[in-house]
Design a protein around this ligand. Structure first.
Ligand code: CUA
Length: 366
């Protein structure tokens, strides 16, 4: 027959612990109410304000749950620990069926969950557009690729890579998706996630599925776009930015994009390419997809060590001879074929002199 403890189950020490946890909770809940979130992360879109309110609501009630659950665990572990004079087979007090307690811990969280559901019911339609989507002044597309963001604007022939511009105060609907398997031949289609912390917007980019999100940028500035879904080797390189312009600045930028589309791209001038600078750049950008090794040592694309002197592969992926100028052409315009997809210079964030440096470095490889 095992012995049970006798004596009062909850003594004065228990109620003192309850009061201490209550004071800690009250202080932390006050901090939650006054905490200046925007000092650390500006609210730059129409949906960021209600999202922050919802966040503060969760945080406010989360604090006492955290304090009491963990506080009680620690308190009980200490208060009812095994004592040297306890028999080896002593067990704790066997307690069943405290109706008041069970009702409280069922009804309390249930009420909180229902409140969360009600708030969410009103907040979610603010950024997943329903009827009012048609009223958007701008509907555009965001497409996740390995490993860059592509943006398509109405009226622009060419896509914009990584750096998107939006006019302040204009509602926008962003159709979000990810490149299909046919666009990423070698490694297949993957999920990405479009995240702008300052907009409080995060949406998975899903191959074959277009998810529209709706918001209005409210603050002029430049904010991060982060891919927040692991999407392969280049995931950590996959970030861009969104530039929220005043309306005149946006119109100027848009006109410049239209003008750039009309003018044919000039060939890259390879004179003065710096191999050392090219090597640094290669290690920072190209090694996500390419080894500086023989052709067969592929990552996403082939190894590039024998690019200019490999008798087995005299031609580039686009069928052209492997000359410095043709390699520069692929770096400039990208390539799309059986080997997979090579993004263009805009998607890779390369300038013409970067390309000259990279070609100079590639020429040093054997
Ligand atoms: Cu795209 Cu991670």
């Amino acid at each position: 027959m095992r012995q049970e403890r006798s004596g009062p189950l909850l003594d004065a020490g228990f109620w003192r612990a309850v009061i201490v946890m209550g004071i800690i909770s009250a202080v932390l809940m006050y901090v939650v109410v006054v905490f200046p979130i925007t000092r650390f992360l500006p609210e730059a879109s129409s949906v960021s304000v209600p999202i922050d309110k919802l966040f503060r609501f969760c945080w406010f009630f989360g604090v006492p749950i955290l304090v009491y659950v963990n506080g009680m665990m620690i308190y009980f572990a200490i208060r009812y620990r095994h004592r040297p004079d306890d028999p080896m087979d002593a067990v704790g007090s066997q307690i069943h069926d405290n109706r008041a307690l069970e009702a409280a811990w069922t009804i309390g969280p249930a009420v909180l969950m229902v409140a969360l559901a009600v708030f969410s019911y009103f907040i979610i339609p603010m950024y997943y557009p329903t009827g009012q989507a048609a009223a958007s002044a701008v509907t555009m597309e965001a497409i996740g690729h390995k490993w860059y963001f592509e943006f398509r604007y109405p009226g622009l022939k060419q896509s914009v890579m990584n750096v998107m511009h939006l006019p302040v105060g204009v509602p926008v609907t962003l159709d979000i998706t990810s490149a299909e398997a046919t666009d990423d031949v070698l490694t297949g289609a993957v999920l990405h996630s479009f995240w702008v912390p300052e907009f409080r917007l995060k949406q998975d980019m899903i191959p074959g599925m277009v998810v529209p999100i709706h918001f209005t940028p409210t603050e002029v500035g430049t904010y991060r776009i982060i891919c927040s879904e692991f999407c392969g080797q280049g995931h950590s390189h996959m970030w861009g930015s969104v530039v929220v312009d005043s309306k005149p600045d946006f119109d100027r930028w848009y006109a410049a994009q239209q003008h750039a589309a009309a003018a044919p791209a000039a060939a890259i001038n390879l004179a003065g390419g710096d191999a050392a600078a090219g090597q640094t750049l290669f290690n920072a950008k190209c090694t996500v997809c390419h080894n500086a090794a023989p052709f067969a040592q592929r990552k996403v694309g082939p190894g590039l060590a024998g690019l200019f002197n490999d008798p087995a592969h005299p031609n580039l992926v686009n069928g052209q001879k492997a000359t410095p100028q043709n390699v520069a052409g692929i770096l400039q315009h990208g390539a799309h074929g059986t080997m997979g997809v090579m993004p263009d210079m805009q998607a890779n964030g390369l300038t013409p002199s970067d390309i000259a440096n990279l070609v100079a470095f590639l020429k040093t490889l054997h």
